[in-house]
Design a binder for this molecule. Structure first.
Ligand SMILES: O=P(O)(O)OP(=O)(O)OP(=O)(O)OC[C@H]1O[C@@H](n2cnc3c(O)ncnc32)[C@H](O)[C@@H]1O
Ligand SMILES: [Mg+2]
Length: 216
């Protein structure tokens, strides 16, 4: 199994156009001595996310950046899945914020949906974040990883930190939302924790497979 993984070294493109994600992905890569450059720094175009799954969309973004740059590329496709909304916004999590990227409005839309669903659903406020990570090399080699974090949706949103839907999401076992946590707390990586956010959990698997990390 381990033989099929490829070691990442040298330069890597972080294939996202989301500043919040970029900061998290840079932070996650920082201990491994790779030279991370962003898709924006290289002026790479934003590909259309036409996949039917998070993993497919992560591949589309990573492969597009690897092909355009000639470098290995690292992409994340992620979303918030709300049980009472049948898994929405799911693949459309970014699109719910509209072209203005108004995440306050997007969170309000989730809350409205919960109010409409209220009569019928027992676990009304349950939700999870999911992150599909893909590392793609220009020769076509791919590595895929996934991480999930379950939690509860709060209203009103709390905390100025993070990005996107963070102020509305309180991970299980914690009394603060991701919006009330520092980046390090949200990642919850060892020795602080055993991986907390969806992105950190997926990244730990990536780091063990491709960056020589050992998390015991
Ligand atoms: O595609 P790229 O360029 O990476 O940037 P994006 O913002 O469009 O990213 P996605 O297509 O993966 O959409 C993910 C959505 O889920 C939200 N999201 C993902 N991870 C999150 C996190 O850790 N905290 C809060 N919101 C998150 C994020 O705000 C986006 O709206
Ligand atoms: Mg996107």
């Amino acid at each position: 199994m381990a033989e099929s993984h490829r070691r990442l070294a040298g330069r890597v493109v972080i294939a996202t156009h989301n500043a919040g994600k970029l900061e998290e992905m840079r932070g996650l890569l920082a201990p491994y001595g790779v030279d991370a450059v962003s898709a924006d720094d290289l002026g790479l175009p934003e590909p259309e996310e036409t996949g039917g799954t998070f993993a497919e969309n992560a591949r589309i973004k990573a492969v597009s950046a690897a092909n355009a740059s000639g470098l290995p590329a690292f992409a994340d496709d992620s979303g918030l899945c709300v049980e009472a909304l049948g898994g929405a916004p799911g693949l459309y999590t970014a699109r719910w914020a509209g072209p203005e990227k108004d995440f306050m409005a997007a969170m309000a839309k989730v809350e409205e949906g919960l109010r409409d669903a209220q009569a019928t659903i027992p676990d009304l406020r349950r939700a999870y974040f999911i992150s599909a990570l893909c590392l793609a090399w220009p020769d076509g080699h791919l590595e895929d990883f996934e991480g999930v974090v379950e939690g509860t949706l709060v209203w009103p949103p709390r905390g100025p930190a993070g990005f996107g839907y963070d102020p509305m999401f309180q991970p299980d076992g914690h009394s603060r939302t991701f919006g009330e946590m520092t980046g390090a707390e949200k990642h919850g990586l060892p020795p602080l924790g055993r991986g907390l956010s969806h992105r950190a959990r997926a990244f730990m698997a990536l780091a063990e497979a491709c960056l020589g990390a050992r998390f015991d």
